[in-house]
Write a protein that binds this ligand. Structure first.
Ligand code: ARG
Length: 266
């Protein structure tokens, strides 16, 4: 069993700028998929520009998220412990630099974890913010399978290589869709992927992937109107960026009705 869903945990709060600085160099930005060289972040990525992905959220337990509405952040169920009142989470938004003096922060007041979540599938949750963020664009979710293929963008402040440090600056990369049949083949996950609920993305040769600390963040692409649309939530993988081990993401389209009705109730 290789479903690594471990997020970084509260120790993250102790992370220093110095620790981030050690991994934030863009020196390896030319690293390509499968060449075995870790890029500056998300594994095999490059730095996102300020404002490029306005909906990206960093959560204080060491996860990512996406701004779904002015008061709701969509993340992974495995990033939270239960449904109920919760004032312990800090969301940081509006800046690629988590230390920027212009970053926006909000405190949570409620967590909604997908009903039925038991560590296998159903990996989505909402975090409700105690006051709305009205200055940033939200990320709409896919409500059909129309966009569940093609090339996806991944982004986050998680590790830039397996076992590596969390990042100060937001990183991004693109990864291709991997079909359920390929992802569940014996050379990949051998049946561990829940085909209806999960969507795989990555290169057969590895090299580009989300990693620990990216969990809960969105995987997204352009829709027919060239707007960003969320198709996945970072969920799990065997290590990070290993050959034949694509990232596995919650398939947002499958849960879209449940996500919408939960949002309407929050
Ligand atoms: N479970 C990890 C987290 O909590 C994310 C894992 C993603 N892994 C991958 N190889 N795509 O941050």
């Amino acid at each position: 069993m290789v479903k690594w869903r471990i997020f970084v945990g509260t120790a993250l709060a102790a992370l220093t700028v110095a620790a981030w600085g050690a991994t934030a160099s863009p020196a390896a930005a030319s690293a390509g998929p499968g060449d075995g060289v870790a890029g500056p972040s998300v594994v095999g990525g490059t730095r996102a520009a300020q404002g490029e992905f306005p909906f990206m959220v960093r959560l204080s337990m060491g996860c990512g998220g996406a701004l779904y509405s002015p008061t709701l952040v969509l993340t992974a169920a495995h990033c939270v412990s239960r449904t109920g009142a919760n004032t312990s989470i800090t969301a940081t938004l509006g800046s690629v630099d988590l230390q920027s003096s212009s970053r926006i922060t909000r405190t949570s007041n409620y967590v909604y974890r997908a009903p039925g979540y038991n560590g296998n599938g159903d990996d989505w949750a909402f975090i409700r913010l105690s006051s709305p963020v009205t200055t940033l664009a939200t990320l709409p979710i896919a409500t059909s399978t129309a966009y569940d293929s093609g090339t996806f963008t991944i982004s986050g402040w998680g590790a830039a290589r397996e076992g590596g440090a969390q990042q100060r600056y937001l990183l991004k990369a693109t990864v291709p869709f991997v079909s359920d049949s390929t992802c569940n083949s014996s050379s990949m996950y051998g049946g561990e992927v829940i085909a209806a609920e999960e969507i795989c993305a990555g290169y057969t040769s590895g090299g580009v992937d989300t990693c620990q600390g990216d969990s809960g963040g969105p995987m997204f692409r352009r829709d027919a109107s060239n707007a960003w649309i969320q198709v996945g939530i970072v969920s799990w993988g065997d290590g990070c960026a290993r050959p034949n081990k694509p990232g596995v993401y919650t398939q947002v389209s499958y849960f879209s009705a449940a996500i919408r009705s939960a949002a309407a109730s929050l």
